[in-house]
Design a protein around this ligand. Structure first.
Ligand SMILES: [Zn+2]
Length: 140
C-alpha cells in the first residue's frame, strides 16, 4: 500500500475508477450515469445497478448532499500519521443530491456539532499526482 498521501493510504486506482479520481484532482465530482435509465451509479461499476445496461457515462454530479450517518474516529487502527494529525476524524455516509450514497470525511465541523441530516457540500483535496478526493464541509 502506498502512503504518499501525507501519511494516509492511497486508493487503488483502476481503469474503472480512474475518471472519478482524475476529476476530483480537477475539482469536479463525476459519477457514472446510465444512458438508458438515467440512474447514477456509485461506486463505479461495469453495468447499471438499476437496469443492467453497460452504457454508463461519466457525468458531472451535484456537489451537495445530506449526512445519512457518521462516526467519530478518535484513534487510528494502524500507523497512519496523516490521520493521527487530523483526529478526531468525522467519517460520514453522504446521500448526494443525485441519489447515490458514498463515504466521505466532513471537515470544518466540531464533532459535537455533527448531525444526521446536516447539509454538506463537496470540496476537493489532492492526494497524489493523478488523484484528488472529494471531502465535505457543512453548508451554512
Ligand atoms: Zn440503467
Amino acid at each position: 500500500m502506498t502512503t504518499a498521501n501525507s501519511g494516509k493510504p492511497l486508493p487503488q486506482i483502476t481503469d474503472l475508477t480512474r475518471p472519478f479520481w482524475t476529476a476530483a484532482k480537477q475539482g469536479k465530482l463525476v459519477l457514472q450515469k446510465c444512458a438508458k435509465c438515467s440512474t447514477f451509479n456509485f461506486f463505479p461499476k461495469p453495468w447499471c445497478i438499476e437496469c443492467g445496461s453497460r452504457e454508463l457515462n461519466w457525468t458531472d454530479a451535484k456537489t451537495g448532499g445530506t449526512v445519512y450517518s457518521f462516526t467519530i474516529s478518535r484513534s487510528v487502527a494502524m500507523n497512519f500519521p496523516g490521520w493521527e494529525a487530523e483526529l478526531p476524524v468525522l467519517m460520514c455516509l453522504i446521500d448526494l443530491d443525485d441519489g447515490v450514497r458514498l463515504y466521505g470525511q466532513v471537515k470544518g465541523c466540531k464533532p459535537e456539532d455533527m448531525k444526521i441530516g446536516m447539509r454538506v457540500e463537496a470540496f476537493f483535496e489532492d492526494i497524489s499526482d493523478e488523484a484528488g478526493i472529494p471531502k465535505f464541509r457543512p453548508v451554512q
